[in-house]
Ligand binder design. Structure first.
Ligand code: ZN
Ligand code: ZN
Length: 134
């Protein structure tokens, strides 16, 4: 089970069913009671910065909402993305390696054929030079 990490950074109250929580642009979280007491906006009582707040719910801005996702789901999704990238890249790597191995094999075969040809040529040259002296 995920750590129940959401709490009011001012009064430390944990969420209950009907409580509302807010996040400020300074990154601090406050409960509805502390918001009503103006402890988070327009000035954050923790960091003393000017702040604007947004309610933490499904309509929260994407750049802030990402911090409130289920960490397990996020980890699985991220892992699957990493896995698909690794699979794609290693498939291409294997394809390239196979091609290079085939090239090496071709070159080795050509080298063997060349040395066989050289041996044949050497034999022919011997024959030619013997017949020349005959
Ligand atoms: Zn509070
Ligand atoms: Zn703050």
């Amino acid at each position: 089970m995920a750590c129940p990490w959401i709490h009011c950074n001012i009064c430390l109250r944990l969420p209950v069913s009907n409580s509302r929580y807010f996040i400020s642009n300074c990154g601090h979280i406050a409960c509805d009671r502390c918001v009503e007491k103006k402890l988070i906006a327009p000035t954050c009582s923790i960091c003393k910065r000017d702040s604007k707040i947004e309610e933490i719910n499904k309509n929260l801005r994407e750049d802030l909402r990402k911090y409130f996702v289920n960490i397990h789901d996020f980890a699985v999704k991220s892992f699957n993305e990493v896995k698909s990238v690794i699979e794609f890249q290693s498939k291409n790597c294997r394809r390239l390696m196979k091609h290079k191995m085939e090239k090496i094999q071709e070159l080795q075969n050509t080298t063997i054929k060349h040395s066989e040809d050289s041996a044949t040529i050497a034999k022919l040259q011997k024959y030619v030079s013997f017949s020349h002296y005959d």
